[in-house]
Ligand binder design. Structure first.
Ligand SMILES: C[S@@+](CC[C@H](N)C(=O)[O-])C[C@H]1O[C@@H](n2cnc3c(N)ncnc32)[C@H](O)[C@@H]1O
Length: 155
C-alpha cells in the first residue's frame, strides 16, 4: 500500500509546512506497527495559468495506477474521524494504494472529481488549499491513532 497526497501548489517554509511535516512524521511513526506506510506528498504546478484543466493531468500523473482516489472538496461527504479511519483500514486490508487530491484556487477539474472513489468535505466553507493539506495530514494521523487504540482521539 502507498499513501500519496497529490496537491496543487508548492508549500513554502513556514507554519503550514512545519505543521504538515509534524503530522506526517507522527503518522509515519505510529503507522509502522499498523502496516500503514508513510505519506508522500506530490506537489504539482501549472506555470502557464491553465487553471484546473491544466492541473488535472499533472495530478493524474501523481496518482498511482489503481489507487483509491479521494478528492478533497467542500461539496463532498462529511465523515467522522472514526469513519475516515475505517476507510483507511479497509484500503490497507485490500493492499490498495490511496491518493488524496487537493485542488488549487479553482478547485479540482470535474473530469478528475467525477471519477473519485470518495469526495471528502471538511465542511461547506472553503479553506485555503495549504490549510486543507494540513487538516488532511492531521486527520490521517488521527485515523492512525484511532486504529492503534491510542488516547489522541476522544469523543
Ligand atoms: C481554495 S480551494 C478551491 C475552492 C474552489 N472554489 C472549488 O470549487 O473547489 C482549494 C482546494 O482546497 C480544498 N478544500 C478547500 N476547502 C475545502 C473543504 N471545505 N473541504 C474539503 N476540501 C477543501 C479542495 O481540495 C480545494 O480544491
Amino acid at each position: 500500500m502507498r499513501m500519496v497526497i497529490a496537491a496543487v501548489g508548492r508549500l513554502r517554509q513556514g507554519p503550514e509546512a512545519q505543521l504538515l511535516d509534524d503530522y506526517l512524521d507522527r503518522h509515519a511513526r505510529a503507522g509502522r506497527a499498523l502496516g500503514l506506510p508513510p505519506v508522500t506528498v506530490a506537489e504539482v504546478e501549472d506555470r502557464c495559468g491553465g487553471g484546473m484543466a491544466a492541473e488535472a493531468p499533472l495530478l493524474e500523473r501523481a496518482i498511482p495506477e489503481g489507487a483509491a482516489l479521494v478528492v478533497l472538496d467542500e461539496r463532498g461527504q462529511m465523515l467522522t474521524s472514526p469513519e475516515f479511519a475505517g476507510r483507511i483500514a479497509a484500503w490497507r486490508d485490500q493492499a490498495r494504494d490511496v491518493a488524496f487530491v487537493i485542488g488549487g484556487a479553482d478547485g479540482i477539474d470535474p473530469g478528475l472529481r467525477d471519477r473519485a472513489d470518495l469526495a471528502i468535505s471538511f465542511g461547506r466553507m472553503v479553506w485555503p488549499h495549504m490549510l486543507a493539506r494540513v487538516m488532511l495530514a492531521e486527520q490521517i494521523y488521527r485515523a492512525t491513532t484511532i486504529l492503534a487504540g491510542g488516547p489522541y482521539h476522544r469523543e
